[in-house]
Design a protein around this ligand. Structure first.
Ligand SMILES: Nc1ncnc2c1ncn2[C@@H]1O[C@H](COP(=O)(O)OP(=O)(O)O)[C@@H](O)[C@H]1O
Ligand SMILES: [Mg+2]
Length: 325
């Protein structure tokens, strides 16, 4: 599989104002590869996921760019054709999904229901059979299939959500903040499950989280978003060992130092801009300690800094000195 997004633009229109939540986003993903998508709350991560599946909420619209899956531009597909893609080719585990199970339906029936919704020609029996196969595959004891949501732990419910998303063997899974509400042990188990699935089915994944450390541990590559833009993208090693964007350098500075066990106080002062009235030029320039006049007039493009697919959107990407203290 080859998944390729180019210059994607997504806007929300709220009354008379327009918020550009995804701004000229370009990224690609190979078969069996996992990309972590990180960034502060409100920077456009969920919007990007929803845009890929074309399930934007009211007021949200794709305004430009392309989303290529094996050479087919999903942006141009009819709604009917897009229905063939959703869940079968690309599926998503939604933020908070584990808390939106139907309380009156047991877990195997809920998984079967999801199969029936997305593959209408399936019989109820076949769907239920498939649901029962999926349970152990996702680390759920089949005996728990008859349990209701309130009888299951958070981790088991999240496994149920993953089972649902993988029911039709998609090529790409988008996982949006799926471990945010879980304890650290359960979080690790969920990621072990995802890694197993990735290997077993050559599944590609976009893993959305605001937690850089979690993404570093569980993904092959990392993209950092800021105010609707991807500001840096590369392998985990590129990003962690050779960050180039001042914002990314600041974020890494905020991560607790594992070796020293020391919690470091956030370095970047201020808050991200409102997407309704973003600054001209680079969206990060008002908080950037090394901004130059050019940064205030034109947004820098995401350009490669090595042959490894490591790209950065910053005019000052070659600045070597310490920025954050
Ligand atoms: N349903 C919506 N209607 C209008 N604006 C929205 C809606 N959802 C998100 N936005 C806008 O898009 C921005 C990005 O939101 P979102 O994609 O949910 O960010 P993230 O997932 O990174 O927290 C928000 O800051 C908000 O301005
Ligand atoms: Mg979100």
């Amino acid at each position: 599989m080859l998944f390729d997004i180019k210059d994607l633009q997504v806007e929300y229109t709220v009354r008379d104002s327009v918020a550009r939540a995804v701004n000229k986003v370009t990224l690609n993903l190979a078969g069996g590869e996992s990309l972590g998508l990180a960034g502060e709350s409100g920077c456009g991560k969920t919007t990007l996921g929803n845009a890929i599946l074309r399930i934007l909420p009211e007021g949200g619209q794709i305004r430009g760019g392309s989303i290529n899956l094996n050479g087919v531009d999903l942006v141009k597909l009819s709604e009917e054709k897009m229905r063939q893609v959703r869940w079968k080719e690309i599926s998503m585990v939604f933020q908070g999904a584990m808390n939106s199970f139907d309380p009156t339906m047991n877990i195997e029936n809920q998984i079967a229901e999801a199969i029936l919704i997305h593959q209408r020609d399936t019989s109820k029996e076949t769907a239920l059979e498939r649901a029962r196969e999926l349970l152990p595959l996702c680390g759920i004891n089949p005996l728990l299939g008859k349990s209701y949501p309130h009888e299951l732990s958070g981790g088991m419910k999240q496994r149920g959500c993953i089972a649902m998303a993988l029911a039709l063997q998609p090529k790409l899974l988008i996982a949006d903040e799926i471990t945010t509400a879980l304890d650290v042990m359960t979080q690790a188990q969920i990621f072990t499950l995802l890694r197993d699935m990735k290997r077993k089915f050559n599944l590609s994944m976009i893993v959305i989280s605001h937690d850089l450390a979690v993404l570093a541990k569980n993904c092959d590559r990392l993209a950092i978003m800021y105010a609707g833009h991807i500001v840096e993208i590369g392998t985990i090693q590129d990003i962690f060992d050779h960050p180039r964007h001042p914002y990314v350098k600041g974020l890494l500075f905020c991560i607790p130092n594992f070796a020293g066990g020391r919690e470091i106080i956030p370095a970047i002062k201020g808050a991200p801009p409102s997407l309704l009235a973003p600054p001209q030029g680079c969206p990060f320039h008002p908080r950037c300690p090394i901004a130059i006049p050019k940064c205030k007039t034109a947004a820098p493009q995401l350009l490669p800094v090595n042959t490894n697919n490591h790209s950065v959107a910053c005019y000052r990407k070659d600045y070597k000195d310490v920025i954050w203290k």
